[in-house]
Design a binder for this molecule. Structure first.
Ligand code: FUB
Ligand code: ZN
Length: 673
């Protein structure tokens, strides 16, 4: 690890995203998703699962005030903790108490984070006013001592931090910090940041390696990377130390979680117990991605952050191994991770079922977080390739084209009847949902998409790394000069990229990622530069003359892929991709019974421009056949015979636009002829 060479993400303020594709996504988040989600957080979306998020804050704030007025400071728990407080039978008669999941607060924190990012790109006084008022509501719930989690504030503070394993107080802290930093960076307003610091300070007082402090760590990771961010924002080392403590402490023996629930210790042997939480062994010894997928990638992101800031080689190598295992043995073609709904978890190596897949939207978002952090330490296109895959496929598929409904689970094959009738597939929804009781994914999407450029670019003093191609205007300081870098990109429609540098006469380097699918690229306009290719990046160092244009052409061609044959699900099947975009067959274009279609891989595919719900897309037509339905006397089984087939044209659309035309079948993998 060479600390001097680390790159850091460009500040959102210094990048304006300009291209049709990503600008449109960001505008959708700004105009539709953020207002829609605000209504959802306030339980004002008809027909959607209630959130109770803002309601919980308001009640906590009210009780806080009342308690202060009566001179009481503490509330005893009179309550059995369940982790989820369901809606009463008659929703008209809600009590003044906490409803929803233990981590309901985090939905607001993700929303305010998205608002912060959006404001950096597009000032909006009205939205800022709504956000400021919401922050007042949240801060009113904060306790005198800094504690802030409405679940315990409303249920009894004497039980706080008694179930770190499952009760998400640190998770809420993490999201509070992330949201507060984003809002502060966007507006300069520090009310929420101060609230986040006070809560972090409170946690710091109680947890740490110092004698007398608790040796616990978060059951759901995120505080680790959030505390690093708080350190980087405030410069206060105590936050980095706390993050490092949580990372170091995790999975050490005696297991902290055994203390909380001694009965657990009797159940599973060491090494398996707490895999779900990635707390089964010290993190530096972990080599296989296991357990709850979102927790895992949030942890790995925090580990990478701590490794970067402390120069911890061993920790960094653990991240590399985990990344390798995850992306080479446990990742779907779509960049989805977490193959099983049981525990929303990773399954064993190569177990990647298509129709029962979990592939939670949040998990792919976390994969992107980790990838960017690994890129900061060492640019290697493998990280950016997976980041791109997750972004264009699982993440974009997580939201409908109108920004008003969402997927939590992202399967690669759907038969709607099975989703309705087969309990093993009840987690797979054939259409996106307006909201969820557990609504982690929608606001996570909002915060990621509104900050997408911070994954596209990182910089050192003399180099701009382009990890993802998107049209952008970038301000970058090079030596004493402020330069403007203008990037145009045709992604994902075509692979044409142009780059111009203005206002700079110093030599500097553009490090351009060569996607794994685009190795046959063409480069023009860098003839007088020093060119080097390393770890999947094309480094072009030169003095960039005004008006000079560097052109890159990546072959955005249709590719037909097969899977490693250890993925049993995909044996004899192929999938179609074009550049970073994975394609699928949908019933709307191909009729029912997609399982009867086969593709002839020897015939060329053609591309056609189309629209789905007004979204321009490139569809792909392939040749193949359709097996005719079996004609029998009613027997389910019969002597083997040649299947009767008729020629068929297979009509593929990008995976991210599926399920925008009502409920219907879908498949990514198709049998080959
Ligand atoms: O537990 C908080 C969030 O809810 C997780 O990250 C998601 O997987 C969902 O379980
Ligand atoms: Zn989620």
């Amino acid at each position: 690890m060479d600390k001097k060479r680390y790159s850091k993400p460009l500040s959102l303020r210094s990048v304006q995203v300009t291209d049709d594709f990503w600008k449109k996504e960001m505008e959708l988040v700004r105009k539709e998703v953020i207002p829609y989600q605000w209504n959802a957080l306030n339980d004002q979306v008809e027909g959607a699962a209630p959130s109770f998020c803002m309601r919980n804050f308001k009640i906590a704030g009210k009780q806080n005030q009342e308690r202060k007025a009566q001179g009481e400071s503490y509330q005893e728990a009179s309550y059995t903790f369940r982790g989820f407080e369901a809606l009463p039978e008659n929703p008209e008669h809600l009590e003044d108490k906490f409803y929803g999941f233990v981590f309901q607060d985090s939905d607001f924190y993700k929303w305010i984070e998205a608002v912060g990012y959006s404001l950096t790109q597009h000032p909006d006084p009205e939205l800022e006013k709504t956000a400021d008022e919401a922050i007042d509501i949240v801060c009113a719930a904060q306790q005198e001592d800094g504690y802030l989690d409405t679940y315990y504030i409303l249920n009894g503070k004497d039980k706080i931090f008694s179930n770190l394993k499952d009760h998400h107080e640190m998770y809420c802290l993490g999201h509070l910090v992330e949201g507060a930093v984003a809002y502060y960076e966007a507006t300069g307003k520090d009310k929420l940041l101060n609230a986040a610091k006070r809560y972090a300070d409170y946690v710091k007082e109680r947890f740490g390696k110092e004698e007398g402090k608790s040796k616990g760590y978060p059951g759901h990771e995120i505080a680790e990377m959030a505390l690093v961010r708080l350190y980087e924002t405030t410069g206060e080392e105590k936050y980095l130390n706390l993050a490092k403590f949580f990372v170091d402490q995790r999975g050490t023996k005696p297991y902290y979680f055994d203390k909380e629930q001694p009965e657990e210790a009797a159940k599973d042997p060491d090494g398996i117990r707490y895999e779900y939480y990635q707390a089964h062994m010290p993190v530096r010894q972990q080599e296989e991605a296991v357990g709850h997928a979102v927790r895992a990638v949030y942890l790995y992101s925090g580990m990478a952050d701590v490794a970067r800031l402390t120069g911890d080689e061993e920790l960094y190598h653990a991240c590399e191994k985990l990344w390798k295992n995850m992306t080479e043995k446990k990742m779907y073609l779509t960049g989805g991770i977490g193959g099983t709904h049981i525990g929303e978890s990773f399954s064993f190596n190569y177990d990647l079922p298509n129709d029962t897949a979990y592939a939670e939207t949040c998990a792919s978002i976390g994969l992107i977080f980790m990838a960017r952090r690994m890129l900061e330490i060492k640019p290697d296109s493998r990280y950016a390739d997976a980041m791109e895959l997750a972004l264009y496929n699982t993440v974009l598929s997580g939201m409908s084209l109108d920004g008003k409904s969402f997927f939590y689970v992202n399967p690669l094959e759907v038969n709607p009847e099975a989703c309705h009738k087969d309990e093993r597939k009840f987690h797979v929804k054939p259409v996106r949902q307006k909201w969820f009781g557990c609504a982690c994914c929608p606001p996570n999407l909002a915060r990621l998409l509104s900050s997408v450029s911070s994954y596209a670019y990182t910089e050192t003093e003399d180099t701009l790394f382009v990890h993802l191609y998107m049209g952008s205007k970038i301000q970058k300081r090079i030596g004493e000069q402020e330069a403007e870098i203008i990037i145009t990109s045709g992604f994902p429609a075509n692979g044409h990229v142009e780059i111009q540098v203005k206002g700079n006469d110093q030599p500097f380097t553009l490090a351009l990622r060569i996607p794994q699918w685009g190795r046959q690229y063409k480069l023009e306009g860098a003839e007088d530069g020093a060119i080097q290719v390393k770890d999947g990046y094309l480094y072009v160092k030169k003095v960039w003359k005004e008006g000079e244009t560097l052109k890159l052409e990546f072959p955005m061609e249709v590719q037909v892929l097969q899977a490693d044959n250890r993925v049993r699900e995909n044996i004899g099947k192929v999938a179609v991709v074009r550049g970073p975009v994975v394609y699928c067959l949908e019933e709307a274009d191909n009729g029912k019974n997609l399982h009867l279609l086969t593709m002839d891989c020897s015939k060329p595919c053609t591309e056609v421009r189309e629209e789905i719900a007004k979204e321009p897309i490139i569809a792909i037509l392939a040749q193949g056949s359709r097996e005719k339905l079996t004609q029998t006397d009613g027997s389910l089984y019969m002597p083997v015979k040649q299947a009767e087939k008729e020629p068929a044209e297979l009509h593929f659309i990008p995976y991210y636009v599926w399920a925008n035309r009502g409920e219907n079948e879908m498949t990514v993998w198709v049998r080959r002829d």
